[in-house]
Design a binder for this molecule. Sequence first.
Ligand code: SIN
Length: 305
Amino acid sequence: MPLPNLSVNIAGLRLQNPVMPASGTFGFGEEYSRFFDLNLLGAIVVKAVTLKPAPGNPPPRLAETASGLLNSIGLQNPGLEVFIREKMPFLRRFKPPVIVNIAGKTLEEYVELAERLSEVEGVAALEVNISCPNVKEGGVAFGVDPKMAAGVITAVRRRTPLPIIAKLTPNVTDITEIARAAEDAGCDAVSLINTLQGMAIDVERRRPLLANVVGGLSGPAIKPVALYAVWRVARAVKIPVIGMGGIRTATDALEFMLAGARAVAVGTATFTRPTAMVEIIEGLREYLHRNNINDINELVGAIKV
Ligand code: SIN
């Protein structure tokens, strides 16, 4: 049997396989490149980039929970100029498309980020972060209201030729409404879910474990919620869905693809197993082989209900 096809098309990009890091858990790739060859990935998705450098929230900003991780990083990053000057030369060395997650405090900031990044060699697509729960301005504020979500995507769409992926929050009543608004506004794909809002308390000190009091929950604890959201969104929009939320294994990734995701992102799992994505890619190949499936695209949305 010939080698099964693992490649997928997302937002006009051809990915050699459907596995990529979840933004925010992968920095700018430098640290992970010491553990495995980044050329093995389907795409490289980097930490959110803001217009100005951002120090992030005060510590503590991580707290472990049962099967999960709460974070309130607050979009810490070196800012657009340093990203372009110091991070992009490293990222350009690799073959997989580089997807840059952008986050603005205002609509104008999203537009400026999109315009500037459109001129940067090696930037293949923009993931518009309208779902970060850890900042006072922007972030999730744009992602909980269909009109505001559409407003950002429309404005960014007008100013960039790059493919746009809207990263959606689960902290809404109906995520399909936001997904449809983003699609109608011209985005090329949606990625979901970002973290679920949560908190944890130190009972001895009677204080929140996070300095920011609340944070975003990720990890295996949120997988069923994420899978359900992906399943619903995949049936509500025509554009491709990138699924994420608690993926640790090839079986997890397959669940998301059967639910309708054309690609998957792996985040929290890489903190304890930096090579998790490589293992997942191998596991997908092995599953296709074992089940005599020639093309991974056959699995997308193939759940029998
Ligand atoms: C953060 O930096 O606070 C997390 C990123 C996100 O949730 O988008």
